[in-house]
Ligand binder design. Structure first.
Ligand code: ADQ
Length: 461
């Protein structure tokens, strides 16, 4: 079997704290293939432009880690990736900054990393590149002389062409993307957006079966919805530490129902609207006051960016206002915890929550929605309230689907979740759990890698 070589901005190398869904998924993909190589940024920055990679091995996985200079970190990571591409892909052109110098640094890092990876490749390797940090990595590998297959998976939304073209450098990005052989997206929605963009702006021709002829190349664009490992989440939720942490929370809640949100602190996650909806629930349903508690877990991320600092301040203000309106001697309506928790703890809390609120304004997939479903007690499951703009809504239609901008309707969905009869909760959960189990993480990586293996391929394969 061909060796798998993965490139993503961060890795799950020993000592890394990035234990999110993506890192777990990619580690499993490598382990299942009998090992392989995983390239990424080490997380270290230096004053000077340091070169080269550090190699570490763990089990059958070799990690190749490269540092960034301070200038690269500013321009590539904080700048173009997270101040231009992230907001545009999440339909927030208003928050995007377009800076040619940041783009040039982004392109330089893709070039430097492309050269480093190329030096590690062997004939016949399958290269799988991840996410918006590396739009130009396929092109740089081609420039360095690599003719083998390269796949790309886009974890975040691919917006409508009318939005993507706001990026002043979108032509260069498109040319770079066309050097991948297979491009994977989370949803049909994203695949359609990308295809329409390539057809309308770059004269791509449909060749059938998701294949496109563009820039003198044949590429394939398809949806591969990412999933989770449901058995692992069940094991976490029922583990001793998962149950202990849920019990600690239960003591604080007394007999009150729990409404739970778990997100990275990001403006795409709809946190302000969600808190407003909970406030509106308390405004409209006096009987719930004192009987329901909303816990929002949201560890800060990308704190070097102004938009994120501002969000944090607004969250503090808004939750503080609702709490000061409604708190009583023995009840605080909103508990907002700005920190991360171990996965066992999160799974234990998911299982405890009567309502799981996953209401992003836009999201590639959203693994929290799937983790919430997997963690439920089949005999007494909670209710998922899910944004129609999360990629997960394409598969999880048995959730209570809401428009996250529609605050009163979201408040009513929370109310419906809190009062839903057991039988309906069970029926909905069974359907949701089937979707989560059928589209699990193993299927995602197998389908993607099988499609990459089946691609007509390139001359050196
Ligand atoms: P994210 O935007 O990070 O990922 P999401 O998929 O919901 O969003 O979460 C990733 C992981 O982080 C989950 O496994 C979750 O358990 C964990 N996590 C979230 N909050 C946490 C907390 N407070 N403490 C500890 N862990 C926490 C991007 C895209 C998504 C896409 C994923 C995977 O934005 O749309 O689903 O990649 O492709």
């Amino acid at each position: 079997m061909a060796r798998l070589v993965i490139a993503s901005n961060r890795t799950a190398a020993p000592g890394e704290s990035t234990a999110g869904g993506l890192a777990v998924a990619l580690r499993e993909a490598l382990t299942e293939r009998g090992g392989g190589l995983w390239f990424g940024w080490s997380g270290e920055t230096h004053d000077s432009e340091s070169r080269g990679v550090r190699l570490i091995s763990e089990g059958n996985i070799d990690y190749a880690l490269a540092d960034l200079s301070e200038r690269e970190y500013e321009g590539y990571y904080l700048g173009y990736a997270n101040r231009s591409l992230w907001p545009v892909c999440h339909y927030r052109i208003d928050l995007a900054r377009f800076d040619d110098e940041a783009f040039e640094t982004y392109a330089q890092v893709n070039r430097r990393f492309g050269g480093l990876i190329h030096g590690l490749l062997r004939p016949g390797d399958r290269v799988w590149v991840h996410d918006y940090h590396f739009f130009l990595l396929g092109q740089e590998l081609r420039n360095a002389g690599w003719r083998g297959r390269i796949g790309f998976f886009h974890h975040i939304p691919f917006p409508a062409p009318e939005v993507f073209t706001a990026l002043p450098q979108h032509h260069r990005l498109a040319r770079g993307l066309a050097d991948f052989d297979l491009l994977g997206f989370q949803t049909q929605r994203d695949t359609r957006n990308f295809t329409r963009y390539m057809v309308e702006h770059h004269g791509a021709h449909h060749l059938g079966d998701g294949r496109l002829a563009v820039f003198d190349r044949t590429i394939e664009a398809r949806a591969f919805p990412i999933g989770i490992d449901p058995a692992e989440i069940v094991a976490f939720a029922t583990s001793e530490s998962g149950r202990n942490d849920a019990d600690r929370l239960s003591r604080m809640l007394a007999d009150r129902a729990l409404v739970l949100g778990v997100d990275r602190m990001d403006y795409s996650k709809g946190l302000l609207q969600r808190i407003q909806a909970f406030g509106s629930l308390l405004d409209e349903h006096q009987d719930l006051r004192g009987h329901v508690t909303f816990v929002q877990i949201a560890p800060p991320s990308r704190e070097g960016l102004y938009a994120y600092q501002e969000l944090r301040e607004e969250l503090d203000r808004l939750s503080g206002r609702i709490n000061s309106n409604y708190s009583d001697l023995d009840w605080t309506p909103i508990r907002y915890l700005a920190r991360g928790y171990p996965r066992e703890t999160l799974a234990g809390l998911y299982r405890k929550a009567r309502v799981g609120l996953v209401t992003p304004l836009y999201d590639g997939m959203n693994l929290v929605a799937k983790e919430y479903v997997a963690a439920q007690d089949p005999e007494d499951p909670g209710v998922l309230v899910l944004s129609e703009f999360a990629g997960a809504a394409e598969q999880l239609s048995a959730a209570l689907i809401v428009n996250p901008y529609d605050i009163p309707t979201m408040a009513e969905a929370i109310h419906r979740g809190l009062t839903m009869p057991l039988e309906e909760r069970r029926e909905r959960w069974q359907e949701l759990n089937r979707a989560v189990t059928e589209n699990d993480i193993a299927r995602w990586r197998r389908d993607f890698l099988a499609a990459l293996d089946a691609h007509p391929g390139s001359e050196d394969d």
